[in-house]
Design a protein around this ligand. Sequence first.
Ligand code: KE4
Length: 443
Amino acid sequence: MTAVSALVVCVSTTMRYQNRTNMDLFRASREVIPGGVNSPVRSFQSVGKPPVFISHAKGCQVFDVEGKSYIDYIGSWGPMILGHANNEIVQALQKAVKYGTSYGLPTPIECELAELVCELIPSIEMIRMVNSGTEATMTALRLARGFTGRDRVIKCAGCYHGHADSLLVEAGSGATTFGHPSSPGIPERLAHLTEVAQFNNLASFETIFHEYPHDIAAVIIEPVAGNMGVVAPLSGFLEGLRKLCDEHGTLLIFDEVMTGFRVDRGGAQALYKIQPDLTTLGKILGGGMPVGAIGGRREIMSRLSPLGPIYQAGTLSGNPMAMTAGLKALQMLRVSNLYEILENLSADLEKGLLQRAEAARLPIRINRVGSMMTVFFSEDEVVDFGTAKKSDLGAFSRFFTEMLNGGILLPPSQFEAWFVSGAHADMHIRKTLDVAEKAFKEI
Ligand code: KE4
């Protein structure tokens, strides 16, 4: 194929998708992509609507292919704490791309980002970059099993740690949203090595440790749950987990893929002052590019190949483009007063939603930690997966649709977190509350 004919093909392909509606694109994508999406939660299936297809985004807004704009609280499921198409990140990427996108060889910027993460999260003495949160948690389990010589792990019902086999057991997020918290395709022999405890329930962990006092390699937990909707740890819960792990020679893994650099520049471990043995990261760490990471105590991380025998690898791990976006993002977060701004904006949103729901005599509960929050359509406090699942999913679905029609884009599931970014301003919060006031009355 000559260059000219390649150009013709490219232009005609692009033109084929111009002036297409969300529904046109959904019909086309469903022919060639399972469910029409590359990640299930994007399908809007749980709210009974076709998804919106995004043409571009800027700041706190996304724009669909039909030209509709939305104030966005999905934020790419967490990474976009600085808003979409942040000028400094875009400029850094535009400069870096000229030097090549991937070498498969070490680069200075990987070391620079690693050093910055170690500075921001002191429990991390060494870190390995990977390409997703799933890779990070998968590696964390393998590392914990290799380091301790034990096979069993404990996770919480409703926590989601990506889609590695051992972790798709009573998983939250899309696994719950679509009714398969424990996915088919995982050998029973493997799944039975994953014990399931209850978030905010230390006794449920004690029971498992009593049954397997010397067999548990790791407890892996979201220190602030975000995948059953947002659920904060009750006082003493994380401290109790730390103590149980120490008593049993078990590694404590904080899955901070969502909370890392979100709830505090040092993550949830800084907020709650608990030191895990290993931490997994992702989302914000990549500044919008695909990045995950596993980090922790030097004596554990040193067991990773090529230093130690526990294997882990990745063609595009630490690639210069992803490192550039991640480094720029963390450099901005390190010096900004963004967390104070995010706390004020998010508190205003929470207070305003509660006031308007009360005025509409609608029972809701809001769980919020910093700029991540969830509105539960429930009369009861939501403190774990069981109470989260009592929410009125029909009411949530109707609320989602009313908000979408009003130009407010929420995560399309009751079991997800809303994210406020530094690109949201008072005017966006006010607009959101105006639309919510009408929505609460309508549903
Ligand atoms: P990824 O493999 O999607 O990069 O990360 C998996 C993961 C691990 N740990 C936590 C605490 C996570 O929240 C996630 C991914 N979060 C979901 C949303 N709740 C990603 C969105 C999606 O699945 O499309």
